[in-house]
Design a protein around this ligand. Structure first.
Ligand SMILES: Nc1ncnc2c1ncn2[C@@H]1O[C@H](COP(=O)(O)OP(=O)(O)OP(=O)(O)O)[C@@H](O)[C@H]1O
Ligand SMILES: [Mg+2]
Length: 495
């Protein structure tokens, strides 16, 4: 090491080796001498002297990238003895080609940040995941990514399921920032929540098929019975069935539909009674239709399900995702031209482990992750517990943003099942808030250390939207004009 140069943990260094350039991250360092340990100790005690010897500092770094003839890839080889190493702050990091349309942060070399790092829009259908323990910066990363998606509307659009109610205006003791502060919020974002009375699923829109989405555990006999009721009563079948059931019990209801199995009838009615009139009023309005309409226009939908009981959250999330995904699929099958005009969709799902747990019943989200790529729908699975995500799904998440994770079980799952992360176990434990390792295949085929943009900072750097409205008169001028008008009206009113 040159006398005045400085190296620190996490720093990125560049090694020039013939035709190849290597990039490596410093992970360990050691000071020692050419003496053996025993000799060093005896010398230290002052009993004997050894020599001549040299003292030195050794630095360990993990190679993570190789550039050869303009191609960037994970290393195929290692540098030679005596190859020169230089620190990257003096290197043009645009040659690493880490930029993407959806900028989420900057390349991090130890404490310093370098060039921009982003995910390509093309990477959205290749599925994503954001992992990190409580407070590691997941919500912030979701905000930044979705803000970029809003910025790229109508090429991209988002559907966000917000379980903690933090994305609209942030949450915490101090005032925070959320999507409401995004300059395009009023034109490019629609907010749905039970608090603002916009999240309603009218009973008349619930066909037996949709009921199956709401209650995936519904058995075939109950579904058949629901179909019978639908045939007899039409769209008002739920309301009417519950009425008759309340008045005359299973017998009367069964008679109307020509069906006699007591336990099936009662099981179905139990489920229908679960649909609280707050969210499921007797009407023809279904907010999911509005979500679909907005999504197809490039308006990002923020669906706030905080404050609802877990089963209700589950039902709403599943119903919405299923219908939006089916809309894309159907258009792809029947009207390819119209499908091509649809924005590329990213569904952000917090608490993803709840929906992708291999020990729980399957949900729409594993289907999306495994088969909806061709319809240009991507899933962003956000969770502090990656090890609870079904392995097949986890393998399909080609973009991963990995933040600080302390639980060793989760860390092991991450490093064992993500390419290019084999040696990053300790690093994942040591990450600071907002720091992450990013992998985004096929473009970024190595773990890039990044510092995620802090959302308030992103907002500060953003130009306010220009709505091209004519500029208004100066305040003083308006005031004078108001006085004039007032005077004129006074004269008219008071004779
Ligand atoms: N890139 C960043 N730069 C600076 N501060 C950050 C960054 N990311 C997050 N923070 C701050 O760290 C705190 C925790 O972040 P955040 O809420 O995003 O974590 P989280 O992983 O979503 O936590 P939880 O699991 O509890 O939801 C917030 O106060 C946030 O402002
Ligand atoms: Mg969060």
């Amino acid at each position: 090491m040159n006398k005045n140069s400085n190296v620190f943990f996490g720093q990125i260094v560049k090694i020039t080796s013939g035709e190849r350039n290597f990039y490596a991250r410093v992970v360990n360092a050691r000071s020692s001498s050419t003496l053996e340990t025993g000799e060093q100790l005896r010398e230290a005690q002052g009993k004997e002297t050894f020599g001549p010897y040299s003292s030195y500092k050794s630095i360990e770094a993990i190679l993570f990238l190789e550039k050869h003839k303009g191609r960037i890839r994970s290393p195929t080889f290692n540098p030679n003895y005596m190859d020169k190493v230089i620190d990257t702050s003096s290197v043009d990091c645009s040659e690493l080609r880490l930029e993407g349309e959806l900028e989420i942060g900057r390349l991090r070399s130890g404490e310093t940040v370098l060039g921009s790092v982003g995910i390509n829009i093309d990477a959205i259908p290749y599925m994503m995941g954001m992992f990190g323990m409580t407070g590691s910066g997941k919500t912030n990363s979701e905000l930044v990514l979705n803000a970029q998606i809003i910025d790229h509307s109508p090429m991209t659009v988002g559907v966000i399921f917000d379980f903690a109610g933090q994305l609209l205006e942030g949450k915490g003791i101090k005032p925070q920032k959320g999507l409401r502060d995004h300059p395009s919020f009023h034109t490019k974002v629609n907010y749905y929540s039970t608090k603002e009375d916009k999240m309603k699923i009218g009973l008349y829109t619930l066909t037996p098929g949709k009921l199956q989405t709401l209650f995936p555990e519904i058995g075939y006999p109950q579904f058949r019975f629901a179909q019978k009721l639908y045939k007899v009563f039409g769209t008002e079948w739920i309301e009417k069935s519950l009425e008759i059931f309340a008045g005359g019990g299973y017998k009367e209801l069964g008679n109307k539909a020509g069906y006699g199995n007591k336990s099936v009838i009662e099981a179905l009615m139990m489920k229908l009674q679960h649909l609280s009139s707050d969210i499921y009023p007797p009407s023809n309005y279904n907010f999911v239709d509005s979500v679909i309409e907005n999504v197809s226009k490039g308006v990002t939908c923020l669906i706030d399900i905080s404050g609802l009981v877990a089963e209700e959250q589950h039902r709403i999330v599943t119903l919405t995702a299923t219908n939006v995904a089916q809309y894309y699929k159907k258009l792809w099958e029947t009207n390819n031209e119209a499908w091509q005009k649809l924005p590329t969709l990213l569904i952000t799902l917090e608490e993803a482990h709840e929906f992708l747990d291999p020990t729980k019943p399957r949900t729409i989200f594993s289907d999306i992750a495994l088969t909806y790529r061709k319809y240009r729908i991507g899933l962003n699975a956000v969770t502090p517990r990656p090890s609870k995500i079904n392995f097949d799904v986890f393998a399909e998440l080609w973009t991963k943003v990995i933040m600080k994770t302390e639980l060793s079980h989760d860390r092991r799952y991450l490093t064992e099942n993500t390419p290019y992360l084999e040696y990053s176990d300790t690093e994942i434990k040591m990450l600071d808030i907002g720091e992450a390792l990013l992998i985004s295949e096929p473009k970024i085929r190595f773990a890039v250390p990044i510092k995620a943009t802090h959302y308030p900072e992103y907002l500060d750097n953003k130009e306010p939207t220009d709505y091209h409205l004519p500029s208004s008169h100066a305040h003083a001028q308006m005031d004078a004009r108001l006085k004039q008008i007032r005077k004129a009206t006074d004269q008219v009113i008071m004779p």
